[in-house]
Design a binder for this molecule. Sequence first.
Ligand code: GDD
Ligand code: MN
Length: 377
Amino acid sequence: MHKAVVVLPTYNEAGNIARVVEEIFSLQPKIKTWELMVLVVDDFSPDNTAGIVKKLQSKYPALYLIQGKKEGLGKAYVRGFTYAISKLKADVLFEMDADLQHPPGLIPKFLEQIDRGADFVIGARYIKGGAIPKNWGLHRKAFSILANLIVRLGFMTLRIHDWTNGYRCIRTSFIKQILTQLDPYSGYLFQIALLDKALKNNVVIKEIPMKFRDRKKGVSKIQSLEFILSIFFYILGNSSFIKYVAVGLFGFVVDFGFAYLFIYLFNINKVASNSLSAEIAIIFNFLLNNFWSFKHKQISGGVGQYLKKFALFNLVSSGSIVIQGVGMWLLLSSLGDSVWTIVNFQISSWIVYKVLIISLVVIPYSYFMYNKIIWKN
Ligand code: GDD
Ligand code: MN
């Protein structure tokens, strides 16, 4: 039988731990092909959560406990995963809050998805059938929704709806590959980093709906502001999309810089100068995207492959030029060519059109093409 280890990090969950453990084990008869085990990762909770677990162990032989220094949620999970893989020989791991906010009753649904081939199953609140507690205050709801929206847009990965919820089922074959990379994410940011690694490793991800329950006993340990800030910095450092936009802006500077140089320093005519500077910017963009933005999907297969991809990259770039030409023509002929006065500020309409075309069409188009054609998985 395959082994599924439910990892429950606990810090002061004395009021909840017995019930959650009982609920999990009560599901075993329903699950035929998986052996359920529970691993509590407690950080010497002052409320003696561990004492309760030790008592329960005589009733449940598949209940395990490890204890360690309190270093945050991420560290607790890494310790738990390591133990579950090396000592308990887990095939899949569950992440779950020990406070009953994540209904254990969904465990069979998660395993069903694993049986169907998923590597990483997410309990999602922001899809049809999922929910956050109705009685949460506006501030709390807004915080949760906002945090998820920032991550979804920051990574431009709209197919994932819940990045932060910590109810998941994951194959250990994947966890083993990236476990050491998770070390820096000690707190709640761990959840986002883990999912980001899953996406970059191209594993099969599936979301199932879940209703997040309200906490009945004990208190949440999350620090909202600190969490949002850490998410923000994580995205800046790890999002291919943000890096791609930065490379694009840099390309713009390179293009202008070289055009200026050729025209004023080398007295080359303006048409030739601009063609040359554009190609130089394309080369810069290609290299920076390959070795930075899409580093995890770097081109492999030698010089031949690089040349082929570079040719394709030029083709995609020509596409952007066509889009800009057609877009500008459409907007000028439909909305007119004039100078607009906004408060005391005058602006030519074509500048507004250009900004709109680049941000709404060219950026998404190129990003899509790069992912689908040049740096595909
Ligand atoms: N061992 C250990 N050490 N456990 C911890 C620590 C720690 O430092 N901090 C929190 N926990 C445990 C809690 O006891 C609980 O079982 C679980 O981790 C989640 O903590 P909560 O305090 O209940 O967090 P929440 O419900 O507000 O957090 C929600 O958002 C998080 C971040 O996105 C949940 O969805 C979490 O699952 C999610 O990780
Ligand atoms: Mn919780």
